[in-house]
Write a protein of this length. Structure first.
Length: 427
């Protein structure tokens, strides 16, 4: 297996150095003197930004803001109306009844009360739902009086501590709040905007993201800038990319932010348990390698975005689509959940995932869409990675199908987003 520090220096470092250089270029262009790097993807990025700022003499303050989708959304549920259900009951890679309840951080006793209303047996709460079962279940959840009650109570409880933490960290001190995150949907920026706006903030939020698959939900949510791709551009970059893989490159050695609490005179994050000491040590060594790469680079080099994208694509697409056996072993350490609650955490890549590759074959996929085949919501986090366990020439066939499936998916998403943006621009 490749040494952690070496992988950080040769793969992670070159990718993140380009992204962070773009972030700092944007900050200087906009006269931003403070950047908030959102946990946990911002852990490495913040440290690298500080290295570059020191070397290049940039007067930019880099702050690490503890938060998560769950921690930002929870305090908004009591005042955003039906959007709360849209967030709490959305789909994902692997959905169970327990997943839906975990998004509200419901206790066993609270879950049982809801299960009785919606017709779910406690012993089946961890059973994966099919698409049809999921659709039927969320309609029953929306009608649950207990679910609505718990949603309101927990949202109210988290509101004051969350806003107090934001004020403590200086979010209300400037006319602009600049946040850094890997991206994908930009929903954290929207939740942040909803929270600070309700508390009277009149400024603007600017998000500097690696990539976004979706356009902003509303113009009011602020400015969204992307480095590598957005909803409408750089299709090739999206096809040969995997966001779960990328998030593992940016892993932090601490748990997810669940909420905030007052300790003495300061508000501190409440973090989920993260007891894997070996993984945390591994992450720190990768970060060390990546930071060494940044330290070795020449300072004050003129940044050219198009040249930077080409360098990033060369390293990143190779790592995503053509990983070596030694590199795959690295990711056996990592477990991943795409859910806001981190429910149903699964191994990112394992040999037994090969059987699921059939779900990525183009013809069966289209037939399933047309016929409405009832397939379980259970996919592979990093399908390109799973291909390494397949022998040639079938490996090439699987890779072709996955890339074409990605292409069609992102074309469809781009068209859908374009229609949506045109609609709200006409309003």
């Amino acid at each position: 297996m490749i040494d952690a520090e070496s992988y950080g220096n040769k793969v992670i470092g070159p990718i993140m150095y380009e992204y962070v250089s773009w972030i700092l270029q944007q900050a200087r262009k906009r006269n931003l003197n403070k950047l908030y790097f959102l946990a946990r993807d911002g852990y490495l990025l913040k440290q690298m930004a500080e290295v570059i700022c020191t070397k290049s003499g940039y007067n930019i303050q880099c702050k690490y803001l503890y938060c998560s989708r769950m921690a930002l959304r929870m305090p908004t549920y009591h005042f955003i109306g039906d959007e709360a259900f849209d967030l709490l009951l959305q789909g994902g890679y692997h959905i169970t009844p327990h997943t839906l309840m975990s998004r509200l951080n419901l206790s066993l006793e609270e879950r049982i009360q809801v299960y009785k209303e919606i017709g779910v047996k406690e012993e089946n709460e961890n059973k994966p739902l099919t698409h049809v079962e999921f659709s039927n279940l969320i309609e029953r959840v929306k009608d649950s009086k207990n679910y609505k009650k718990f949603m309101y109570i927990k949202s109210i409880e988290s509101y004051n501590n969350t806003l107090s933490y934001f004020k403590q960290e200086g979010l209300f001190d400037n006319a602009e709040i600049a946040i850094i995150d890997s991206g994908w949907s930009g929903s954290m920026q929207r939740s942040l905007r909803q929270l600070v706006e309700k508390e009277g903030y009149k400024g603007r939020i600017i998000g500097l993201y690696f990539g976004l698959y979706n356009a902003p939900k509303e113009i009011a949510d602020g400015e969204y800038e992307t480095y590598y791709f957005n909803a409408f551009t750089n299709m090739k970059n999206k096809v040969y990319f995997d966001n779960t893989f990328f998030e593992c490159l940016l892993a932090a050695p601490h748990g997810m932010t669940i909420g905030f609490t007052l300790k003495g005179q300061r508000y501190e994050p409440i973090l989920s348990k993260n007891v894997n000491a070996d993984l945390n040590d591994y992450i720190r060594r990768r970060v060390t390698g990546a930071i060494k790469f940044a330290l070795e680079k020449e300072g004050n080099i003129k940044f050219v975005w198009r040249d930077s994208i080409k360098r990033t694509y060369k390293v990143l697409s190779r790592a995503v689509v053509h990983p070596t056996g030694d590199e795959i072993e690295i990711f056996n350490f990592f477990k991943f959940s795409d859910d806001v609650s981190e429910d149903n955490i699964n191994t990112l890549i394992q040999k037994d995932m090969v059987s699921k590759l059939k779900n990525y074959m183009l013809v069966p996929k289209f037939i399933g869409k047309i016929t409405g085949a009832d397939n379980a919501i259970d996919n592979i986090f990093w399908p390109y990675g799973a291909i390494i366990y397949v022998k040639y020439p079938m490996r090439l066939w699987y890779r072709l199908n996955i890339s074409l499936l990605q292409l069609f998916r992102y074309i469809r998403t781009a068209l859908k987003e374009k229609r949506r943006v045109l609609n709200y621009e006409e309003i």
